[in-house]
Design a binder for this molecule. Structure first.
Ligand SMILES: Nc1ncnc2c1ncn2[C@@H]1O[C@H](COP(=O)(O)OP(=O)(O)OP(=O)(O)O)[C@@H](O)[C@H]1O
Length: 436
């Protein structure tokens, strides 16, 4: 595992309520994309911290903000006493030297019109590092460090294999001797056999140069193999962060449960009690007001008066809320609008179909049914906003209303963001959603 002999106490980078929004005027704009939405954690010197989560949850944006390729909208990235988000001029250049990024796709991240030597030398040129002669010598040394040879200096990226190109990307990132490297899916574009070679190289370089890695990845098995700790991201938030083995064996956050149980089983006939992730994440332009995961969470807290309602029935109620929410975000096409104006049926007028599909084969307790019927009347009267509000009032809980705080969940200061960690609720567990 990367970073075996490191003193875990030494903090290199500290993130405090970091936000990166895309869109004009960011905080002032009505609906910016909240790609990173209030993230706080420490990165320890010499460790490999994994960053995982579904596509679009903000991993790359977080990595880019850390090394100041992206401007933070709010919050801090501290290194020692300095908040790097406020740096300008020479100070910013120094941080940029000290922190580098290796990109996912070695195919497109290298300029095909430059020789490999020039690509690796470029950051040295930009930062006016020593003399041209010393730069050339440094490039030759770097080629050797990453397992390439001097003769590769004058070749072009297209003459190289994917693995070799990624070695060039790594050499370029290391040229200015950084302390901190963001590895953004560095092996996902490579064949499995080549992946292992690149991971071994990264491991060796970390030992040799005392590097600290933020390792962004989709592939959870790679993360489990190489990371010291893992942060699980969802909709711009870190939902759980903890030591790798604890997190994989005893996930504490409902989202981590769901993400891990979505890993394909090696044996498809294996008896798995999988929690499947239904639906897709809400838009980062309009994240839920309470817990980011509330709209898909199988362990969402219910109001106490509905505690005894059958799990399946309750899931359908939540699904109705999700359908209404998604419909309100969906862009009605011109054809849909035209059909509506002409009084023809469209998918947006099929409220009764939705109702039947969800509830035809389940028996709703009277108290639940009354609320559903009331909401459906609002939908039929074209007032979906009122229907959503009414369902929220009737069936909503703390998960819909409050953003959960981070709770310490293991004796290595691992954290999880979930209301279920509060004393008055049961801890998240698989048994809340599946019969074992
Ligand atoms: N330059 C940009 N302008 C506007 N929106 C952006 C920009 N870059 C990213 N986004 C949006 O920000 C959100 C987070 O994107 P990001 O690329 O950080 O996610 P990710 O987790 O790295 O995804 P993936 O795993 O697919 O690379 C997405 O909704 C994305 O569409």
């Amino acid at each position: 595992m990367f970073g075996d002999d490191v003193d875990e106490g030494d903090v290199l980078v500290s993130l405090c309520d970091l936000k990166t929004y895309y869109g004009e005027d960011s905080l002032l704009s009505d609906d910016p994309v909240k790609a990173v939405d209030g993230v706080s954690f420490d990165i320890h010197k010499g460790e490999t911290l994994g960053l995982v989560g579904e596509s679009g949850c903000g991993k790359t944006t977080l990595g880019r903000t850390l090394i100041q390729l992206e401007d933070a909208t709010a919050g801090e990235v501290r290194i020692g006493d300095t908040d790097v988000t406020t740096l300008t001029g020479d100070d910013l250049q120094r941080w940029r030297r000290n922190s580098q990024m290796v990109f996912q796709d070695p195919e497109s991240s290298l300029n095909d019109r430059m020789t490999v030597g020039a690509i690796i030398r470029e950051p040295l040129d930009v930062h006016d590092w020593k003399t041209p002669r010393e730069r050339r010598a440094r490039v030759r040394e770097l080629l050797d460090t990453v397992g390439l040879s001097e003769e590769h200096y004058y070749r072009y990226p297209h003459q190289f294999s994917g693995g070799q190109r990624q070695r060039v990307g790594i050499a370029r990132a290391l040229a200015l001797e950084p302390e901190f490297v963001v590895l953004d899916e560095p092996v996902s574009a490579l064949d499995v056999s080549v992946q292992a070679q690149i991971l071994n190289l990264l491991n060796r370089l970390q030992d040799e140069f005392g590097l600290t890695y933020l390792f962004i990845a989709h592939d959870l098995s790679v993360v489990r193999h190489i990371c010291d700790r893992v942060a699980v991201m969802y909709l711009g938030n870190v939902m759980e962060l903890g030591p790798t083995e604890r997190l994989f064996q005893q996930p504490q956050n409902p989202y981590t449960h769901a993400l891990l149980s979505a890993i394909p089983e090696p044996d498809p006939t294996a008896d798995s009690d999988r929690i499947t992730l239904t639906g897709s994440p809400p838009s980062p332009r309009d994240p839920p007001a309470g817990c980011p995961f509330a709209t898909r969470c199988p362990m969402k807290i219910r109001p106490p008066e509905y505690d005894s309602v059958d799990t399946e029935v309750w899931a359908r109620v939540e699904m109705l809320r999700e359908v209404l929410r998604e419909r309100s975000n969906a862009d009605r096409s011109l054809t849909e609008r035209a059909r509506e104006i002409l009084g023809l049926s469209s998918r947006f007028s099929s409220a009764d179909e939705v109702h039947d599909e969800l509830f035809a084969d389940v028996t709703l307790p009277a108290a639940v049914e009354d609320h559903i019927e009331e909401a459906m009347d609002h939908v039929r009267n074209d007032n979906e906003t009122r229907a959503r509000a009414q369902l929220r009032e009737a069936f909503g809980s703390v998960c819909d209303e409050e953003r959960p705080k981070s709770h310490v969940v293991d004796d290595e200061s691992g954290t999880s963001r979930c209301h279920r960690h509060r004393d008055e609720h049961d801890e998240p567990s698989r048994s809340q959603v599946v019969s074992e």
